[in-house]
Design a protein around this ligand. Sequence first.
Ligand SMILES: C[S@@+](CC[C@H](N)C(=O)[O-])C[C@H]1O[C@@H](n2cnc3c(N)ncnc32)[C@H](O)[C@@H]1O
Length: 361
Amino acid sequence: MIFEDGIAWRDADYPPMSHPSADVAVNAAVAWAAGLAAPEPVAARILEIGCAEGHHILSLANRWPASKCVGLDVSAKAIQRARNRTERADLANVHFCEARLSEFVPDAPFDFIIAHGFFSWVPDEVKVGLMDFIGKNLTPHGTAVVSFNVAAGWKERMVVVEKARAIMAAGEVDAMEALAIFRAVAESERELFLIDDMLAKGAAVLAHDDFAPVMDAWSLGAFVKLAESHGLCWIGDSLTGEKGDDAADLVAGTTFRSELLCRVDAVNGEGKKPARGTALLRTIPDFPKLDAWRMLCAREALPLPDADLKPCMFTFPQLKVLIAMDGSHSVYDLARHAKEVAPELDFVPWLRHVAERGLLG
Ligand SMILES: C[S@@+](CC[C@H](N)C(=O)[O-])C[C@H]1O[C@@H](n2cnc3c(N)ncnc32)[C@H](O)[C@@H]1O
């Protein structure tokens, strides 16, 4: 069967979702931690490719009224719903474009480009088109987050999908019914686990994920190679900055990745400090600060009491980062400092965790 660019999606009913791994605030902080000068999203130009009903890009537009957000999707139905919600939510800083990516000509480059749930679900020429588009339409210090399904973990899932498809064809039943039938005759605990996992996704997601007309799982290595051939540089995981590899994916059975990219010339340029401390991470203050008691605990390597007086223990490298939280350093400064004194630390999720435990004043 041939899947013409976007045709399979014209009447798609993809459920509205927002995605933490494509939170451009976190992505920007990850880029800063890697020494890049990513712009602040507060007043940035943000594009989501394959935005469906726009739930994610609408959430970003709502968070940053001074940003300029654009949602692009080939599905007329999805774009109509997105526009309707934009009007009802009275958001003036977002607009939606009904078009294929190959038809879309932006009037200016973007600071952030998001393609979540897109790469693995479009034909190869659109995957190439996506990388080409990103390479040509990012601002000099912009970043792009692209997610995809990973072959290492999908191989065994596809065996289950193929068996379920055979049941669908033989019994003229839909995917959910076929999985339920398959469940009754599953041959191993693992098969049972995978069937249950698919059933839990529900019909709408399954139709555009495991059972989608196009579902290509890729290796990280092949993904990075494609990005690099379009003038892009791979930063790492979009949430943690961690650089995974194919061998680790095979061992872990990784099924999904969300990776952060930037222009190759951004990596060679000197990172520039943003003009002010950042209010990027919802739970994290611009200038994180321990109160006097917790600062003393950090200095003396005592447990730090959290908001519920539960003791929090930290390693020595982590304590070095905590001690720098005297209110005079921005998140950006701290990310840099952490890279030096605690290179093993996944700074962004760690800082979020510290904030969520109520350790910051
Ligand atoms: C799996 S859905 C993901 C939706 C959303 N980004 C998410 O992750 O929740 C893929 C979306 O990409 C859109 N799409 C597929 N091919 C496209 C193309 N060539 N140009 C623009 N949009 C496309 C589909 O209409 C669909 O809404």
